[in-house]
Design a protein around this ligand. Sequence first.
Ligand code: SME
Length: 161
Amino acid sequence: MPEQLNQLPDTATKEEKYLLLLKQLASLTAAETDLIANLANIAAAITQTFGFFWLGFYLVKGNQLVLGPFQGPVACTRIDFGKGVCGAAWKEKRIINVDDVFTFAGHIACSNESKSEIVLPVFKAGEVFMVLDIDSDELAAFDETDEQYLQEAVILIETLL
Ligand code: SME
């Protein structure tokens, strides 16, 4: 895998960017077995493609989520079960897409710049193993296209566990 990630021009649609990204994620991770190395490159590749304000993984450790590989400003390191958007996605075992984080009861503000957020649970053997958390500095940044293709990325990540 080259160290440079090919990027489509800005005129490409979001769907086109996701389709290329998914191929790149598969290629980036194909020859590597270390989970942290793979999550680190996945975080970088998604962020390079879309320029999200913050993107990272929180891994389940006991009764908490603990910060894993990420891109963006420093962030909260531990989140309790059921707390914040991340803890809610873990507890409810579903994608949570929040258009305006200030309206989400219990939202944990690692940064005042975050305005919308999507969290996707990643499963191993039927249990949440980690979550993928993405923050945007714009309101309502994530739509159904993001949900659909980020879920495709999650399915790929699940094959690495
Ligand atoms: N906002 C998240 C906390 C993690 S940061 O966004 C990086 C939450 O409410 O769970």
